[in-house]
Design a protein around this ligand. Structure first.
Ligand SMILES: Nc1ncnc2c1ncn2[C@@H]1O[C@H](COP(=O)(O)OP(=O)(O)OP(=O)(O)O)[C@@H](O)[C@H]1O
Ligand SMILES: [Mg+2]
Length: 1617
């Protein structure tokens, strides 16, 4: 066919060419979509399309295609409309088998990406998610439950693989399944006595963990279903079996190591390798061991916006009972906390509902699992304490107010949290922890420690939380191992038993990752994947070797080529270590990063970049783009899956374990036993391999501090375990070598995620194809393609190239098949004919298949084309010669034919003529004969006819005669007979008729009279009826006429009457109108007069009000210079001799709403000053003032009440008739109106310590320490809640309110509200079903579960606050939108303020002004709504707000949160965390409306207490003597007051300013409600005087011992209000 030279030349040429698809006209083929976008995950971009080959241009390698319009299976891959031409290299063979979706894709006759993808898709749509490619199982995540996947029947069915005689055969019979792989591994373990490993890989959310669980379920079910070894593993009653315990580890690992990410709702944030240990002889499971890798620690402190922290935090908060949460100090106000309250959980998002992941149910499951895994109560409590401690650590806050680099560290502002953390970790002194968190690592030999900057403090805090959680996770793994490890693997076990066991490992490890920004973590993950990829390719390579050997081609093995080396090169680039004496080895990037991390001082990341450029700059696997990356902080690595750009800035930082050793040490050393064990990863009973101690993740004495050094060792060990076939051992020790020698058979599960949306029944081609490429599914096939890519059965090979076989030229292929020809021989003949031995080595004959190299395939195709061309030429020659021959003989043939035709025609014409003559003669003869016969016949016929007619007539006559005579006789008989009959009947009838007539006649004669009467009656009846009708009609006419007359008359009368009535009405109206006009005129004149009079009177009134205001303000605040004595008064009289902080109330603003000179004859301020000064002198300062409309009530620190003002209703607590008992005290004037009064009946006997006082218009309410409410004063409207309307002059308990449980009261005008500790709200007086009720009534809320914790009353409206931070409002006045519902409609019942709820705000405090409301949220944000005319909403506008509006106080800064709020009559006050007071609206100081928050300058108002720096001689940092701790407002019709509680700290000695600052801050933060006394906080109580701080009623318990900690109640912090 070809000459030898030609063949050699073609072979050389073919060796450099790519084989293009083998296509045939009329068949289908795949072709690449030129517009395919591999990053389009929407499912709209297809990588391949199907076309039908219309024409082939082999010379130019072009194919003409038309799209498939008729073929349904591939319809979705339709492409262009008409035929089009593309390059042949863009095409791929089409496999019809793939249309079926076959189980093992290695059986596809065309193996390329398009057929694999098509086959997988076909299977996926019918829920066949598992498909084999040779031994590798591809699993597509269905994102839905597929029925019976793990049922017992299925397990049993796949168990038959273990027992079947022909395992491969049985495997082929069953559908691909994870069980199939697991069963194969188990069978090989028993048969080959080799350890096995199932490597599961895939990207995040592809289903690795689920697949591992399915495999584990099968392997653990083996012994339980087979029943082998059951007797020897008897378990105690109630104890779980070892199989269950192994499976039980999964929920624990998932709770602590899994989290919701954008890619997977249950993403494993660590790698794991679980080894199941089997008894070799019996095959039953003995136990298991779990190894864990690289937990993502950073998630503990920070998550992306759509992600969650580790599941366990949510499980604990949502699932644990309240008691447990209290023990763990996680409750807020004894309530279950919301997860958003914790800094570490706030940033991410939870699931919108519990259906995706039910935290409560998972918590319950976890508790059960802990029990099954034999965790003791102490261990469980230790675990929960560590989890809670992590959360609490995140709450610690710092302040740099006192920070000094030379030695004063930052302060922890919430020490109580630090105490909680210390308690949870079992540390006795929180200070130990504090020192370590706020200071740097101690330098050797130096005692003073350098303090950390603010941000570093936060970093240290976070590093502690991360380290704690990581260590907890590692400890949990080890602790579970203790339960599930077989006895011989435990400490003290008999290691020799190991020889009778073998393991099956399940590796579920992170998949390849490429994000927008990739850091050190991604580098480690992708390094692992390179290793696994290499492992996979190596394993496939080994499988190839086995196939060649089975085909009897062992001799070809030495020529096998290893496919892509990218993986190996990248691994070297990352982890290679320079060896001494080997010049060609260079340190890898990770190795260098690690070296730099360990060196001191640590170099910058630039150093890594310099190193990479110097040593690996020419490595094609790394790319550094200088132009783009000016900062030289990024490089790209060409991974075997994809290129990934890494950000190296943080490489060194991330490689170093950020926790400082001293902090780590302190927790391990000072925590209690359980925490120490967890923290140092110590589990008694677990064997620590001394040789591996340094490298093992559980190594106790490990001093490896960098992530890489731990991780690389872990990876090395893992690869040793998996016995990576091509593992480069280097200079490893002998023991490791031995491990390598132990063979391990590998099985691969490759998980594929079909779409990014995590939904079922949605297959995105591009996404699946990308993963198949990542996973190297085709690369594994490439192993074959690099060697003998073309492998066909002999028969198939012959069928394609039969034209090249000479010996069978005369026989058709089908005949040869029928004859059973020896196709191997025929193939040999073809190859020999074509190449004459020149291509030996390019093909090999196996037992069943022919193996060909690429070059040879190309050559064969050329030979085939040439043979076909040759054949076509021969056919053409034959046809041509035939045609010439035909042309030559054509003329001769024609002549002969013409002669023949002529002869024929001539003969034919003669014959026709003779025939015609003969026919004519015959015809003449015939006519003559016929004429003669005719004449004779006519003659004869005439005669005959005459005779016949004659005879017939005769005959007819005879017959007629005969018939007539016969008929006549019959008729006569009949007639006779009928006649007789008729006559008989007629006679009978006549007789009857005669009889009837006769009888009638007789009857008629008998009743003749009656008949006549009847007839007459009939006639009468008819005439009467007619008469009646006539009468009726006549009467009708008469009545109608009369009615018509009546109607006319009535209409006439009505008209007349109406006219009369209207005229009267008109006259009356005219009269009334005149009256009204008269009155109006009078009123207008009077009004005008009054106005005139008022105009005269007002200036006087205003002047007098101004006068009173001046008097009040002068009395209260005076002029600093003039009133020197008063200025020094506080200093002299504040009780500093107690050496404690004292709290006293100081009024900072008095606003007069009307002229008070009638009510308080002496200015109000003077009363107040006298009282307050006297109280200060007695060390019992006034703590709270409450204003009624004409009276004032005050209470001092000893709970004594003072009142002054009017007493007409007994509102001063004494009978109006009684002579007023005046307080006999020095300095108090006995002026008439000064009625400062102490209840003579000793209020203490009536009620306990006063907790709250509120005054309505003319009544007061008092709440005491035990939660009872007392009332006195006016009761005309039932405002005292007693059930009667008599006024009461002494405080009397309101019986209708629950005893000892009122939590808060509020009143305004005559309206009162109270809420109880059980969350109920009472209101009085009120109207119920139209009746006024003065007894407190419980208000029903929409949900009975809603609990109210705070109430506040405005004028004719009320606001309630629930424990969940939701705000409800109601009231009959909503004119300014003070109810906050966005409208002005009143509400009879409390309704939730939706806008606040929807904004997700948790409100902590609300306070009502006259007609406006102010609220503070848990995050320190302020909302205001209602009346805004005077700027009391602070938004800079004077409009009222119908809905709550956020007041921007710049609270984003940590230090500037709002901590307290108060609403005055028409102003609001807020206290910020930095202790600055802001106010807005209008009051005695803000005389003009102030629409935006204005800073309140205390130095101006009360310089005696808060002197300005000028007064202190210009000192820039004056010693602080007084600090504001609380703000209050009280108002009624006459006055509005603003007061502050001031802490006097002058007397404190030996205490640093920042300590007292933080104590006061804690106090202010906690002192939010409307209480008189400050909250008792143990940690700060030592700084406060006994008067100010009430002692705890319940002494704190001693610290519980951790051993019984679960049973003991927690110690420490207790707030008593
Ligand atoms: N065989 C399956 N049948 C039904 N649903 C599955 C199956 N495999 C996976 N899923 C679904 O996909 C989700 C993700 O699976 P899985 O957690 O196993 O992914 P993963 O590969 O381990 O991901 P990661 O690497 O993030 O841990 C599962 O929560 C489950 O809803
Ligand atoms: Mg997982």
């Amino acid at each position: 066919m070809f000459s030898d030279e030609e063949i050699k030349e073609m072979l050389v040429e073919a060796a450099s060419q790519k084989v293009s698809a083998q296509l045939n006209i009329g068949e289908f083929c795949w072709f690449r979509n030129e517009e395919y976008d591999e990053n389009d995950m929407s499912g709209d971009s297809y990588p391949f399309f199907v076309g039908k080959v219309k024409d082939l241009d082999e010379e130019n390698e072009l194919v003409t295609l038309e799209t498939n319009t008729d073929r349904s299976p591939c319809n979705e891959y339709k492409y262009l409309e008409g035929p089009f031409q593309i390059s042949k290299t863009m095409t791929m063979e089409y496999s019809e088998d793939a249309e079926e979706g076959i189980r093992d894709m290695i059986d596809l006759n065309e193996l390329n990406h398009s057929t694999l993808l098509f086959n997988m898709k076909k299977r996926y749509v019918r829920d066949d998610i598992n498909t084999f490619v040779g031994p590798t199982l591809l699993i597509i995540n269905p994102f839905k439950k597929i029925p019976n996947v793990m049922s017992e029947e299925t397990i049993e069915r796949y168990m038959s693989i273990i027992t079947a005689e022909n395992m491969l055969q049985r495997k082929k019979e069953l559908d691909p399944h994870i069980f199939s792989v697991a069963a194969t591994a188990f069978r090989q373990l028993k048969e080959n006595k080799q350890k096995q490993a199932i490597v599961i890989s895939g990207e995040s959310g592809a289903g690795k963990t689920e697949s591992a669980k399915i495999a584990m379920k099968f392997l653990t079910a083996l012994s339980s279903l087979s029943g082998e070894g059951k007797e020897e593993k008897k378990v105690e009653e109630g104890e779980a079996t070892i199989e269950k315990k192994i499976l039980d580890c999964n929920p624990v690992l998932e709770a602590f190591g899994n989290a919701k990410t954008v890619r997977n709702n249950n993403s494993s944030r660590f790698g794991k390798y679980v080894k199941l240990v089997f008894n070799l002889r019996r095959g039953d499971i003995l136990g298991a061991e779990t190894l864990n890798y690289l937990l993502e620690k950073s998630r503990v402190c920070k998550q992306s916006s759509e992600e969650r922290n580790y599941h366990i935090f949510y499980h604990l908060i949502k699932g644990a009972d309240l008691e447990m949460l209290k023990q763990l100090r996680l409750t807020v106000d004894d309530e279950r906390p919301d997860y958003t309250m914790f800094n570490y959980l706030r940033e991410g998002t939870d699931f919108p509902d519990d259906t995706v992941l039910d935290d409560k149910a998972l918590y319950d499951e976890l508790i059960q699992v802990f029990k099954d895994l034999n965790f003791t109560d102490e261990e469980q409590y230790g675990v929960w304490r560590t989890v809670a401690a992590c959360l609490k650590i995140g709450e610690i806050e710092f302040s740099e107010e006192n920070f000094d680099e030379s030695g004063v560290p930052c302060d922890i502002t919430n020490k109580n949290i630090l105490e909680d953390v210390a308690f949870l970790l079992g540390m006795e002194d929180p200070h130990d922890l504090e020192v370590e968190i706020v200071n740097k690592e101690p330098m050797t030999g130096v005692t003073i420690r350098a303090p950390l900057k603010l941000q570093d403090c936060y970093d240290a805090r976070d590093s502690l939380a991360k380290d704690l959680f990581n260590k907890l996770f590692c400890w949990l793994v080890q602790r579970m191992n203790l339960t599930i490890l077989p006895k011989f693997m435990l400490k003290g076990g008999n290691p020799s038993q190991a020889s009778t066991t073998k393991t099956i490992g399940l590796l579920d490890i992170f998949g390849f990752e490429r994000f927008k920004h990739n850091f050190f973590e991604q580098l480690l993950i992708n390094y692992t994947n390179e290793k696994l990829h290499k492992l996979y390719i190596s394993a496939v390579f080994d499988a190839e070797k086995v196939e060649l050997s089975n085909e009897g081609l062992g001799h070809c093995l030495k020529n096998l080529k290893y496919p892509d080396n990218t993986g190996v090169e990248v691994i070297k680039l990352l982890d290679e270590k320079q060896r001494i004496g080997q010049a060609n080895t260079k340190n890898g990037i990770c190795t260098v990063t690690d070296d730099f991390s360990k060196s001191q001082p640590r170099p910058n990341f630039d150093a890594i970049m310099d190193f990479v450029m110097q040593n690996h700059g020419d490595n094609p696997k790394i790319q550094i783009d200088f132009k783009k990356d000016k900062n030289r902080d990024k490089f790209t690595i060409v991974h075997s899956a994809k290129e990934v750009k890494y950000d190296i800035k943080t490489f060194i930082v991330k490689n170093v374990d950020s926790i400082s050793p001293s902090l780590e040490k302190i927790v391990a050393a000072k925590g209690d036993d359980q925490i120490s064990m967890i923290y140092s990863n110590f589990v008694p009973g677990i064997k620590v391999d001394e040789d591996e101690e340094d490298s093992s993740p559980r190594g106790k004495k490990s001093n490896l501090k960098t992530i890489w050094s731990k991780f690389s060792v872990q990876m090395k060990n893992l690869m040793l375990e998996l016995a990576e076939p091509l593992l480069d051992l280097g200079e490893g020790n002998a023991k490791k070598k031995k491990a390598v020698c132990e063979p391990c058979e590998l099985h691969f599960l490759r998980c594929i995620k079909p779409n990014e949306l995590k939904v079922s029944d949605f297959f995105v081609d591009s996404m699946t194809l990308m993963q198949m490429t990542y996973m190297g599914v085709l690369e594994s096939i490439e192993v074959k393609q690099k060697n003998f890519p073309y492998r066909r059965k002999f028969q198939d090979f012959f069928h394609r190239y039969e034209d090249l076989c000479n010996s069978t030229a005369s026989k058709r292929y089908d005949t040869l098949v029928k004859e059973g020809a020896n196709f191997k021989k025929l193939c040999e003949e073809i190859l020999e004919t074509c190449f004459r031995g020149l291509a030996n080595g390019l093909f090999a004959f196996g037992h069943k298949k022919l193996f060909l190299k690429n070059e040879l395939v190309l050559l064969m195709e050329k030979c085939r084309t040439k043979a076909q061309e040759k054949k076509a030429y021969a056919v053409d020659v034959i046809q041509r010669s035939f045609r010439i021959k035909m042309n030559n003989s054509k003329h001769h043939d024609k002549m002969i034919k013409v002669h023949r035709i002529q002869l024929f025609w001539r003969k034919r014409e003669e014959m026709i003529r003779a025939a015609k003559i003969k026919k004519f003669i015959d015809k003449l003869k015939d006519i003559f004969r016929r004429t003669r016969i005719q004449v004779n016949r006519e003659k004869f016929e005439l005669e005959s006819r005459k005779k016949i007619i004659k005879w017939m007539r005769l005959n007819v006559f005879k017959q007629k005669l005969l018939r007539f005579s016969l008929n006549g006789k019959i008729v006569a008989d009949l007639f006779e007979e009928s006649w007789l009959q008729i006559r008989e009947e007629a006679e009978l009838k006549t007789a009857v008729t005669v009889q009837r007539i006769f009888k009638g006649f007789l009857e008629k004669r008998k009743h003749d009279k009656a008949v006549k009467l009847g007839l007459k009656a009939k006639y009468d009846c008819a005439s009467t009826k007619a008469l009646r009708i006539i009468q009726k009609n006549f009467r009708g006419v008469l009545v109608r006429n009369r009615l018509r007359t009546l109607h006319h008359a009535a209409a006439f009368i009505q008209g007349h009457m109406r006219m009369r009535w209207l005229s009267t009405l008109f006259q009356k109206m005219r009269f009334e109108i005149r009256k009204i006009q008269r009155c109006t005129r009078k009123f207008l004149i009077r009004k005008k007069k009054m106005k005139e009079r008022l105009m005269e009177f007002f200036p006087q009134e205003i002047a007098s009000l101004e006068n009173v205001r001046n008097v009040e303000n002068y009395a209260m605040f005076g002029e600093p210079e003039e009133d020197e004595d008063k200025n020094n008064f506080f200093k002299n009289h504040t009780p500093y001799n107690l050496k404690k902080v004292n709290l006293f109330s100081q009024i900072v603003d008095v606003q007069l709403l009307c002229d008070t000179s009638d009510v308080y004859e002496t200015p109000w301020s003077l009363h107040w000053l006298q009282l307050s000064q006297e109280m200060l002198t007695n060390d019992t300062p006034i703590q709270r003032i409450s204003l009624g409309s004409t009276h004032t009530l005050a209470v001092n620190s000893k709970s004594k009440l003072y009142s002054w003002g009017w007493n007409e209703f007994g509102q001063l607590g004494t009978s109006p008739d009684e002579e007023m008992k005046r307080e006999i005290r020095q300095g108090v004037s006995a002026a008439k109106q000064l009625s400062v009064h102490v209840d003579s009946r000793n209020p203490a006997s009536a009620f306990g310590r006063v907790k709250q006082i509120v005054s309505g218009e003319d009544h007061n309410l008092i709440r005491d320490e035990s939660g009872n409410v007392f009332a006195f004063g006016d009761n005309s409207k039932g405002q005292l809640g007693m059930g009667h309307y008599k006024e009461i002059h002494t405080p009397t308990r309101i019986q209708a309110l629950p005893e000892n449980s009122v939590k808060e009261i509020s009143t305004c005008g005559n309206q009162n509200l109270a809420c109880t500790t059980s969350g109920k709200v009472y209101i009085w007086p009120c109207v119920k079903e139209g009746h006024k009720i003065s007894i407190p009534q419980c208000i029903g809320l929409e949900s009975p579960k809603t609990k109210i914790c705070s109430v506040s009353c405005g004028y004719n409206f009320g606001v309630l606050l629930s424990t969940q931070g939701l705000v409800y409002s109601f009231g009959k006045n909503n004119s300014d939108g003070q109810l906050g519902h966005g409208d002005r409609d009143p509400r009879g019942f409390p309704e939730i303020i939706d806008s606040l709820k929807q904004a997700g705000e948790k409100v902590e405090v609300v306070d009502c002004g006259f007609r406006h409301v102010i609220a503070r949220t848990s995050l320190g944000k302020i909302y205001t709504w209602g009346w805004g005319l005077n700027g009391q909403l602070g938004h800079g506008e004077k409009f009222s707000e119908l809905s709550p509006r956020h007041l921007n106080m710049d609270t984003k800064k940590r230090k500037n949160k709002c901590i307290q709020i108060a609403a005055g009559y028409e102003h609001s006050v807020v206290l910020m965390e930095n202790r600055k007071i802001y106010w807005f609206g209008r009051n005695g100081t803000l005389l003009e409306p102030t629409y935006s928050p204005a800073k309140f300058d205390l130095t101006m108002k009360i310089p005696s207490i808060f002197p300005s720096s000028d007064q202190l001689g210009g000192a820039t940092n004056p010693n602080i003597e007084f600090i504001v701790t609380k703000i209050n407002c009280s108002w009624n019709k006459t006055l509005s007051l603003t007061d502050i509680i001031v802490a006097d700290i002058r007397s404190l000695e030996n205490i640093t300013p920042h300590q007292i600052q933080s104590a006061l801050k804690t106090l202010s933060n906690a002192w939010c409600s409307d209480e008189i006394e400050p909250p008792y906080i143990e940690s700060i109580s030592k700084y406060f005087s006994v008067n100010s701080m009430k002692k705890p009623t319940i002494p704190p318990k001693t610290k519980p011992k951790p051993k019984n900690a679960m049973k003991l109640s927690p110690r420490g912090k207790r707030r008593i209000y």
